[in-house]
Design a protein around this ligand. Structure first.
Ligand code: BTN
Length: 326
């Protein structure tokens, strides 16, 4: 496989830790000619790998590109399911759209990742701004669950994102149903889409967008107010590849819990990080606006609102606004 040889060359050069590796040695290792090695090196250089070559000594890897190349993500990835197959694009309309097109013929755990989305989609038909520097990806899952449980995976993904951001010493919280926020500003959004036959899902596409290294000025002004990026919060550039590896591992752990434990485990963890419960909210659905106090979340991810007349209502999807800031 082409990709396999490419990654083996990258790995050999990385293992050599900046000391030169000769074309002959690489060729022997991979069972290919020195000319073929040189062709791989050329293609790696074209992709932004800074590789010095000297005819006598060989090749030295000086730096790797700061891009989400599958080889980079997979090297050192600790998952067993997520990211075994990665479809990488420099630019797409929407990774969710691509994931849905290919989902039927893909194994569970396949990722679609892009550096830039030109038609990124948010919930409720909104646009999702996706410039360079973020992580825009879709995860294909085949959990074999009833369609009504698919929204639980949104909570699973939100919890995983919040957990990995919290590991960076940032106080990430979850706003129902799917926004991960730091200091009240959105850093991540999740768009879950599913296809189902009768009741069982064929697949679920978890679309996850994380604002990582963008400058706030890269986000158009009309979207900027309620948004933040990890870079803005931490005051430093984040290594996207290792962040993504950590996230995929965390998501896989949560997904395993989702499949093997009662959902209450995930729900309790989610509730502990939610900043919605206990607040006065205003939720807009396509048909109406519901106001009241958010008092809980059902196992299917619906928000439970206690209204002024003391009756409770469950809302499965909608736009939630906090009525008062805290
Ligand atoms: C929201 O908060 O409204 C959800 C935003 C989801 C954005 C992600 S980015 C990767 C994937 N592809 C899309 O077009 N959308 C999701």
């Amino acid at each position: 496989m082409m990709g396999d040889k490419r990654s083996r060359i990258i790995k050999a050069l990385k293992d050599a830790q900046k000391s030169p590796v000769s074309g002959e040695e690489l060729g022997l290792k991979l069972g290919i000619s020195r000319t073929m090695v040189w062709k791989y090196i050329k293609s790696l250089q074209a992709d932004g790998y800074e590789i010095e070559s000297s005819p006598k000594r060989g090749y030295v890897l000086k730096s790797v590109p700061q891009l989400l190349y599958p080889e980079e993500i997979q090297m050192g990835l600790k998952t067993t399911l997520l990211g075994k197959e990665i479809h990488y694009f420099e630019e797409v309309t929407s990774t969710n759209s691509i994931a849905k097109e290919i989902a039927a013929s893909e194994e569970e755990g396949t990722l679609v990742i892009a550096e830039v989305q030109k038609g990124g989609r948010g919930r409720l038909g909104r646009e999702w701004i996706s410039p360079h520097g973020g992580i825009w990806m879709s995860v294909i899952l085949k959990p074999g669950i009833p369609l009504r449980h698919a929204s639980r995976l949104t909570l699973v993904a939100g919890l995983a994102v919040a957990n990995v951001i919290r590991n960076m010493d940032l106080d990430a919280r979850i706003k129902w149903p799917n926004d991960v926020r730091i200091n009240g500003k959105k850093v991540c959004g999740i768009l879950t889409e599913a296809k189902a036959e009768v009741d069982k899902v064929d697949y679920v596409v978890l679309g996850i967008g994380i604002n990582v290294n963008m400058d706030l000025k890269d986000i158009p002004e009309s979207f900027r107010a309620g948004s933040t990026t990890l870079k803005a919060e931490l005051g430093r550039h984040i290594k996207r590849v290792s962040f993504l590896q950590d996230f995929l591992f965390e998501l896989e752990q949560q997904y395993i819990l989702f499949k093997t434990q009662p959902f209450s485990h995930i729900l309790n963890d989610w509730l502990a990080l939610s900043d919605t419960i206990g607040r006065e909210v205003k939720v807009t659905t396509p048909s109406r606006i519901i106001e009241g106090k958010a008092v809980g979340v059902t196992p299917d991810g619906a928000l439970v609102i206690k209204k002024a007349d003391d009756t409770k209502e469950e809302i499965i999807a909608g736009r939630c606004i906090y009525a008062r800031s805290r």
